[in-house]
Design a protein around this ligand. Structure first.
Ligand code: ATP
Length: 205
């Protein structure tokens, strides 16, 4: 049985924090591949066009055979993680599934659409990531709280905290820097920086 991970996100834009996370998961869990799944444009926030975000992911991961992009969310109206897993399971049968998330995102899992069901369909690979830069012990405690919440709803979940350096980067930081006319060199891959510059992304709004 192959071991694949889904890495969902808005990737608006992709940055080194995402890449370090996906690469760490690939190696620490001995995955065959990480499937990057850019989400459709979220209704609650203004994001760059799906096509731009996909293109930036493609450029950033082009030289890594362990990474691939899926456009599974392209044609869907609402972007639900459970549907992504169901669709990808049909595309990649005989797979043990993992889901890669930052701790901030993992904390919201009990509130996701059909989150209880999804929680049990894959193993969760979690990157410590909190505004206060909490340490591993605190991150583990937070994961256990999420597990407890789900257990109370008779949901069992397998999770694993990745051993990863904290990368204090976010897409919003990149967008803000662009908006302020500041350099994003060394915060995103050079191919992504050039794409943003050439397409004039994130300069206003
Ligand atoms: P934004 O700042 O717009 O909210 P983001 O940087 O969180 O964006 P997303 O595309 O929303 O990027 O994130 C996709 C996934 O990657 C989420 O699970 C998120 O928690 C995780 N992630 C993003 N950046 C980091 C980081 N620096 N360290 C660990 N996890 C991260």
């Amino acid at each position: 049985m192959q071991r694949l991970a889904i890495f969902g996100g808005t990737f608006d834009p992709i940055h080194w924090g995402h890449l370090v996370l996906a690469q760490t998961a690939l190696h620490q869990v001995s995955l065959e591949q990480v499937i990057w799944v850019p989400s459709q444009n979220p209704p609650h926030k203004q994001a760059a066009l799906f096509e731009h975000r996909v293109e930036m992911v493609q450029r950033a991961i082009a030289d890594n055979p362990g990474f691939t992009v899926s456009l599974v969310e392209k044609s869907r109206g609402a972007s639900y993680a459970i549907n992504t897993l169901i669709n990808l399971s049909a595309e990649y049968p005989n797979t043990h599934w993992y889901w890669i998330v930052g701790l901030d995102t993992f904390q919201t899992l009990p509130r996701w659409y059909r989150g209880q069901e999804l929680a049990q369909l894959c193993d969760w690979l979690i990157a410590p990531r909190l505004p206060g830069g909490e340490n591993i012990a605190q991150s583990e405690l937070i994961c256990k709280e999420v597990e407890q919440k789900l257990t109370q709803q008779t949901v069992s979940i397998q999770w694993h905290l990745l051993n990863i350096p904290l990368v204090g980067l976010s897409s919003s930081l990149i967008r803000n820097l662009c908006r302020d006319g500041q350099s994003i060199r060394y915060l995103v891959p050079e191919s992504v920086r050039l794409y943003i510059e050439n397409h004039n992304l994130y300069t206003n709004g």
